[in-house]
Design a protein around this ligand. Sequence first.
Ligand code: TYD
Length: 170
Amino acid sequence: MWKMAKIQRTLVVLKPDSVGRSIVGEIISRFERTGLHIAAMKMLQPSKDFFYYHYETIGTMISRRGEKAFNRQLNTMMKMPVIAIIFEWVEAVEYVRKLVGSTEPKAAAPGTIRWDYAHMSFDYADEVDIGVPNLVHASGSVEEAEKEIAHRFKKEEIFDYKPLHHAFTR
Ligand code: TYD
């Protein structure tokens, strides 16, 4: 294990709107071009119970926003398969959230993934009763990343290697 302090792993999920629009390559390259590298990746069609664990058991969504919000989100997340990726690099959790942008695409900063690939407001999504399609999920904290990674990946599915470009980074 070559890892040092400050090197973190974070979970990114390319949601059904990324997969369905066939833009996963573009989105993955947004992360890769900054120096983040893939430690694990898989496509999956999670069950309702799987999303319950992700959004409620780990993310406390029902407690925070109610059952209706969870059901909307579940509906959006179950439309198509998703792609789960572990990205690794310096302070990856905070950095990836910054690249992804804020939850509501309308409010996300220009240059972030959620701004550049979507235009949608919470008001509109509520009116039509859908979970906001915002392309990507990214872990919100180091603790959440650890739980989300353990939920999706077995130890043997996660790869520990030193990318070639790290010749320039230490
Ligand atoms: P949340 O965990 O609060 O945000 P994030 O995905 O940025 O960590 O919410 C989970 C998902 O729920 C979010 O990606 C999109 C959806 N959502 C809505 O549809 N409407 C809302 O008002 C909020 C806050 C979230």
